[in-house]
Write a protein that binds this ligand. Sequence first.
Ligand code: CP
Length: 313
Amino acid sequence: MSLSRKDLTGLIDVSKDEILTILETAEKFKEINQREIKKVPTLKGKTIVNLFFEPSTRTRTSFEIAGKRLSADTINFTASASSTTKGETLIDTVKNIESMGVDMFVVRHYYSGSVKFIAENTRAHVINAGDGTNEHPTQSLLDLFTIKEKKGRLEGLNVAIIGDITHSRVARSNAWAMKKLGINLKLYGPNTMIPKDYEPFGCTVCSSIDEAVEDCDVIMMLRIQLERQGIALLPSLKEYSKLFGLNKDRLKKAKKDAIIMHPGPINRGVELPSLLADCEQSVILDQVENGVAVRMAVIYLLTIQNANQKLEA
Ligand code: CP
């Protein structure tokens, strides 16, 4: 199994078969992650640089652990401590690091499209770890892995994504992927946070949270992205919570065994209360756990393309 592509910049152009290949490979890596020795020699001698221009807890740590468990050398680049602060361009930064023999860049950047731009200007593999409001493909893949693990299937499931859809790269990647996988996707949020161009996603935009949650197998709550002008589009966080937040009564409208998801970080008490974030139906930490296996799968499948390497498990 391999991916016949150099980079993973988004799910917009990734096929259903490719998505299923990644999820299947991640299952093998999840098994490895449950062993006492959570390491395989597969990528010994390869170098991966995490190039993060925005803060991250889950994604950066997860990619670093994933690279290390595959035996690659992983290096974390911190933008604030680099020569970008002296005016070096993005591409000069990439080309200088590439010339040290780097095989892969994992990039998070505040500009939509910047990761694709980097991918077009380097010989190294590039994985998008979140670019502006565009895509966050590995977050969507770990969401799908978690849904499949908990529900046993993907096709035909009812999923609601609720919150600041416009500014959410997680919602966008999931919308592209879920359409390909036959998932019925409903979106809900404040009018100011629903994109006008949602039709290509083939999803339904709901007019109330009750309509969004009704008969759902999966409820994915999103964070208000205060750093992306989210607050300017709302009267107040208290009102947001009242009108658009999940609570116990609203959850009752979903299927009895519905799962609650969130990409993190959570604004506790805004999009959902701690009572629900930490309840039995919440799979938020399972998502984080599965992120390592999914990222190992993506790194592995991109790196072994055109090579004859076998997974030494
Ligand atoms: N889900 C996610 O991208 O979290 P971080 O911003 O902490 O990486």
